[in-house]
Design a protein around this ligand. Structure first.
Ligand SMILES: Nc1ncnc2c1ncn2[C@@H]1O[C@H](COP(=O)(O)OP(=O)(O)OP(=O)(O)O)[C@@H](O)[C@H]1O
Ligand SMILES: [Mg+2]
Length: 589
């Protein structure tokens, strides 16, 4: 090792800036944070060359006084924090007084501002001597911050910038995130002279979501809202059958701050659980609001993560809310989303005053809905898994109004549902229902109903089949299988799960052992149990190619609505819904 030397300030600043300014999108984030903190209701973002040449953010916020302009660029200079205690009652997005200093260390910055009370606008910009200087400028109000030539003095960083289109995609994603959670702000985003986003102020959150993400989201997404004294959660999640095969359209916020959170993502996935086919992802927007003293926002250099004081509460609230939203989510042909509203006592929820306006604006829609006809019931922090005897409650806000049309070939069941034609895959439906019932019973720890066989089935097992049978003995027993050894590798099946008794016992058990043999041996027991349930449902279910009587079809479809089933055990959709409007369009009407 060489001799230890103290770094000079210039190097220190550039290294520190690296933490804050990772890429152009991080500059945009810091500038937008500042505009929002200044109370702006109109933010215009202009980008050139993916942000490498120019990033400009203009707002109509409170502005900066002429005296403070130079100070704003100094490290550790902020108007948002006085003492460390203020961190726990923080109501602004920024708090460190670091962002502008970091950006000015790695780019050429121009800051123009005019407070409403001032007669003149002032700016600071780099002079010929390389120092920032103050001068008069022309601006009607608010602040304009321009960042040119990002990383011009840090070539090592500049070369890591990706293509302009890639960098701009990051910016677009970021601005989208902000626009979705601040409907009370007008947003405009321009790249290389072309407008990429333009949304005007609205008090209707749905309207903003439709504006930013497209109108189809309103029918594809289920909205939800829940609050307790400690936490308020609202947002949207894609309805079953509207999953996506990429992890995009996933938006997480805490107190109007866009964040990423492995904890919340995991809670959502856990809550949606078995409905999610493998390789599919839900789209969602989730907004958590809570008092700032139960949050630590100072855990990430780009302020993009937070730490919750009570992680357990957050996790279980989100997980259960998702679970409940999915159970209540209904197949709906309507064009307006039907919010699922779960509410606890409202009193005692502490709203940071800064967010009050946004909070009220954002929830106007929910409040209106709440006063009208939608469900209004408490969500208790109890496990909502069900035993076999009490099947899931039917979706409460919709009377299942459907009519059986009949069987199509020996594969599909046709149903008229509301104004749509439902084409149901009969095997997927039977399998999905069996799986739901078996899984719920297994989770609730209740022993499944079994059916003793009039004539026990005798099986001659091979060595590997016997090994698997012994390995899964307990799970099979729980499911309702009764198998006895009759000497050597001869086994006798005395009983099978009642729900699966339509299939021959021999075919059922051998089929399941076959499926298990293909499985990853190292999988943990929980996964094995789930696999076994899947195979049992698949092997026990009505197949393609079977003629079905009217009574059987009706009871299957009724159960599908009652249990709110959307996918088979393997995650494939059970039905295909053809909208009347779609059919009319097809025929040019
Ligand atoms: N658009 C703006 N409108 C009004 N004031 C601004 C604006 N941008 C910056 N400021 C002022 O400049 C100060 C410094 O901004 P900077 O972003 O560097 O720090 P910060 O926002 O206080 O904290 P952080 O580093 O966490 O962002 C702010 O505290 C604020 O007073
Ligand atoms: Mg800031």
């Amino acid at each position: 090792m060489g001799k230890i030397l103290k770094l000079d300030t210039d190097v220190i600043n550039k290294i520190a800036a690296g933490e804050v300014v990772e890429r152009p999108a991080s500059v945009v984030k810091e500038l937008v944070d500042n505009s929002l903190d200044a109370g702006a209701t109109d933010i215009e973002i202009t980008i050139e060359n993916g942000g490498a040449s120019l990033i400009q953010v203009a707002d109509n916020g409170g502005g900066i006084s002429a005296d403070d302009l130079l100070l704003a660029l100094e490290p550790h200079a902020t108007s948002k924090l006085n003492s460390i205690d203020d961190l726990s009652v923080l109501e602004t997005l920024g708090f460190r007084g670091e962002a502008l200093a970091s950006i000015s260390a790695v780019a050429r910055l121009t800051l123009q501002s005019k407070q409403a009370s001032a007669t003149t606008a002032w700016q600071v910009a780099l002079g010929d001597d390389g120092q920032y200087q103050t001068s008069k400028t022309v601006l009607s109000g608010g602040t304009v911050l321009s960042v040119a030539d990002l990383f011009y003095n840090v070539p090592a960083r500049k070369k890591f910038l990706k293509q302009a289109s890639t960098e701009f995609n990051h910016i677009m994603d970021l601005v989208t995130r902000f626009a979705l959670i601040y409907p009370n702000v007008a947003w405009r985003l321009i790249h290389n002279g072309r407008e990429q986003l333009n949304c005007s102020v609205t008090s209707d959150w749905f309207e903003r979501v439709a504006d930013v993400l497209g109108k189809d989201k309103l029918t594809d997404w289920q909205s939800y809202h829940w609050e307790s004294e400690k936490i308020k959660i609202s947002g949207f999640v894609s309805k079953p059958n509207h999953w996506q095969n990429r992890r995009n359209n996933q938006y997480i916020y805490v107190n109007h701050r866009p964040i990423s959170s492995a904890l919340i993502s995991k809670a959502i996935i856990d809550g949606i659980g078995h409905l999610l086919p493998s390789g599919s992802y839900p789209a969602y927007l989730i907004h958590l609001e809570m008092p700032s003293d139960v949050l630590d926002v100072n855990v990430h250099p780009r302020k993009s993560e937070v730490k919750f004081e009570d992680e357990h509460l957050v996790f279980s609230a989100v997980r259960q809310l998702m679970q409940r939203t999915m159970t209540t989510s209904v197949v709906s042909g309507e064009n307006k989303p039907s919010p699922v509203i779960f509410a606890n006592k409202n009193e005692g929820f502490i709203q940071p005053s800064f967010f009050k306006k946004n909070y009220q604006d954002n929830n106007k829609n929910f409040d209106a809905v709440r006063a009208s006809k939608f469900i209004y019931e408490p969500l208790k922090f109890v496990d909502t898994t069900l035993s076999l005897s009490d099947s899931a409650p039917p979706a409460q806000n919709v009377e299942p109004d459907w009519r059986l049309i009949g069987q199509w070939g020996t594969e599909f069941i046709l149903v008229e549902f509301q104004k749509s034609l439902m084409v149901i895959d009969q095997h997927a439906l039977a399998e999905g229902l069996l799986f739901l019932k078996l899984k719920r019973a297994s989770e609730a720890g209740s022993v499944l109903r079994k059916q003793s066989l009039l004539i026990p089935a005798q099986l001659e097992l091979s060595a590997w089949q016997e090994n698997l049978l012994l390995e899964f003995k307990d799970v099979l027993l729980e499911l309702g299988f009764e198998v006895e050894n009759f000497g050597g590798r001869t086994y006798v099946v005395q009983a099978v799960p009642a729900d699966l008794s339509a299939v021959s016992a021999e075919e059922l058990l051998l089929g399941i052992l076959n499926d298990l043999a293909l499985e990853d041996k190292a999988a943990e027991i929980e996964k094995k149990r789930e696999q076994l349930l899947k195979y049992a449902s698949c092997r026990g279910a009505i197949k393609f190619g079977e003629h079905l009587g009217e009574t059987v079809m009706k009871s299957l479809v009724q159960e599908m609505f009652d249990l709110n089933a959307h996918t088979c055990a393997h995650g494939r959709p059970i039905y295909w819904l053809i909208d009347e409007a779609e059919a009319l369009k097809k025929f040019g009407r």
